[in-house]
Write a protein that binds this ligand. Structure first.
Ligand SMILES: NC(=O)c1ccc[n+]([C@@H]2O[C@H](COP(=O)([O-])OP(=O)(O)OC[C@H]3O[C@@H](n4cnc5c(N)ncnc54)[C@H](O)[C@@H]3O)[C@@H](O)[C@H]2O)c1
Length: 313
């Protein structure tokens, strides 16, 4: 199958590219390298002419030309502005990338007869959910421009299906962690703890450390995308998470154990606007995609720390 991956030089996108190539597919990446890194595509480059990367903004009309030439059967759309805080500071920039960008990708898909678009949405669309783990059919309640732009992407997918018959699957990702996650952003607390603990640098836990998140290993997320590239899950929307909540304080302990470091974080006041708790129910993804999370947190953290260690050596 020919698959175009937007944001394919990023953390999740590059792991997806490796999986798709291992499955025997032909892959093209569109990425502007605003946060992605060519190093992430080192293994992919060994796939020869089954793989190519194009340095382009997803809004660039050249993406349409590339699509016309490659004729992707599926587009996995992951390129995005991913920071909630940046979206609050500059909502227009977020909308340009995440709304205009998604419409550009869908327009290219429509012009070249792409069968399906698989979209990376976020649990941010649920706002402050009343029930945890959040059921797959829970109401959305976007409380940041980032959440609004992701939800708008979901709406545009349904619109393009109704109007042009392009199939889609939306994957609502919880907190993804694993190899290639950058500690530089604010999204990757696992990457931040891992780097600091391996370097012997101080770590900070906000509030009393009781805030919870649902950590899902990148290999499991990529498996969800790979399944959604087929016929399964057409027109569907699935949470990809574990359903389990892990507190910030427990996460610190687990990363410290994996890194062989001491478990003594500093504490700072809670950050305004931080969500107290989150986890999502993955059951519908089992029914719709045959997907379930397979990697427990301790094992995933072990692999993540091993990767971070190797990168240092
Ligand atoms: N990491 C998570 O926990 C998480 C959770 C929920 C949703 N998501 C979504 O998953 C997707 C991938 O996230 P990630 O964590 O791998 O982030 P990432 O920053 O590593 O990847 C995003 C990629 O998109 C590229 N990009 C950004 N703007 C672009 C543009 N205008 N044109 C072309 N390329 C562009 C970046 O260079 C980068 O390679 C995003 O859509 C994000 O919103 C991630």
């Amino acid at each position: 199958m020919r698959v175009l991956v937007t944001g394919g030089a990023g953390f999740i996108g590059s792991n997806l590219v490796d999986r798709l190539l291992a499955d025997g597919h032909e892959v093209r990446v569109v990425d502007d390298f605003s946060s992605g890194d060519r190093v992430n595509l080192t293994a992919a480059a060994e796939a020869g002419d089954r793989f190519a990367v194009h340095e382009l903004d997803i809004r660039d009309p050249a993406v349409g030309e590339l699509a016309a030439e490659f004729r992707p059967e599926v587009i996995c759309h992951l390129a995005a502005q991913i920071s909630v805080r940046k979206s609050v500071a500059d909502p227009l920039h977020d909308a340009r990338l995440n709304v205009e960008g998604t419409v550009s990708v869908l327009t290219a898909a429509q012009r070249v007869g792409t069968r399906k678009v698989v979209f990376a949405s976020s649990v941010a669309v649920y706002g402050r959910p009343a029930v945890i783990p959040v059921p797959g059919d829970a109401a959305t309640d976007p409380r940041s421009p980032y959440a609004a732009s992701k939800l708008s992407g979901e709406v545009y997918l349904a619109t393009f299906k109704a109007l042009h018959g392009i199939d889609y699957t939306t994957l609502v990702l919880s907190n993804v962690y694993g190899p290639r996650q950058s500690p530089e952003g604010e999204a990757g607390v696992v990457a931040i703890f891992t780097d600091a603990l391996l370097d012997g640098a101080p770590t900070v836990v906000y509030g009393d450390g009781g805030q919870t998140r649902d950590y899902i290993y990148v290999e499991d997320v990529v498996d969800g995308f790979a399944r959604a590239c087929g016929e399964a899950g057409g027109g569907g929307r699935f949470n990809l998470g574990t359903g389990l909540q892990t507190t910030d304080r427990d996460l610190h302990t687990l990363v410290a154990q994996a890194a062989g470091a001491s478990d003594e974080p500093g504490f700072a006041p809670p950050r305004l606007g931080d969500l107290p708790a989150m986890a999502v129910d993955p059951a519908p993804a089992l029914a719709g995609l045959g997907w379930r999370p397979r990697t427990d947190l301790a094992t995933g953290l072990k692999h993540t720390v091993e990767w971070a260690r190797q990168r240092r050596s």
